[in-house]
Design a protein around this ligand. Sequence first.
Ligand SMILES: [Zn+2]
Length: 314
Amino acid sequence: MKVVFTILLISLWCVFAGAQEQRRSIAVTIDDLPVVSTRRDLKNRREITKKLLAHISKAKVPAIGFVNENKLYKNGQRDESQVDLLRSWLAANLELGNHTFSHLSLHDNSLEKYQADILQGEIITKELLKAKNLKMRYFRHPYLWTGLDLDTKLQLGNFLTTHDYTIAPVTIDNSDWIFASAYDKAFDKNDKKLMKRIGAAYVPYLEAKMDYWERQSNKLFDREIKQILLLHANFINSDYFDDIAAMLKKRSYKFITLEEALKDEAYRLPDTFVKRNGISWLHRWALAKGRETVLSDEPKTPEFVLKAAGIDSE
Ligand SMILES: [Zn+2]
């Protein structure tokens, strides 16, 4: 009897500890594949891809990468060595999605041109997915720019549905791209000290963002929804993704697929945001509810990082 009771206690503790350990969920989405960096040559693209994928695999993150297929061509010809970079994402059992052919802005182009760019951007990725018995399922708007009026949003929504795409929203928005630009520029100037300083500020910045979006989620839903993080396939993430994954694990996050995240009913809420900015869906929903629900203390990118990136403001 005593043994049974002890076993029961241990099992209960395991369940409790397990629940504790994984009380939060997050899907990691990575944009601008195969690589976005000033290090554009093949050797560097290969190195960045290899390092990033090694970190992702090590941390067992079922990430999805969003592709700009214009990077797969050289002088108008399909470049197999670039396509191979995408093959390595699939070899790591990761999913791929569409991010338009040329990272086109919906706000500065006609809807017709934008839709044509989406279709042009799926050709090679679909072929690679098909070879693995997979389908292209998700679309991510470049800059998170989703339309300046509801009619455009509706028309694009219908177009995406017709072509079997689901929109991939973002809740954990951040300025990893500014850190990346600063990091690239410091690398190009061979300023290792500055690279270290940028890297040292990067993960604490992301952690402050996590805290902010967790609180924003609580403010809106009285709970933490399944979050969707946006990062880019850049140099700084190829160096720091390990630390990012460790930070997320420390915050009790379980890594889930985008498909799993989208099962959260929060994502059934409409996105009616029609301003120019590319903002988190948490802010879109908050603004729809009333400006007072937007938490005002969103962490900012440090001044020295903005300066190193040559950017005036976020
Ligand atoms: Zn992008």
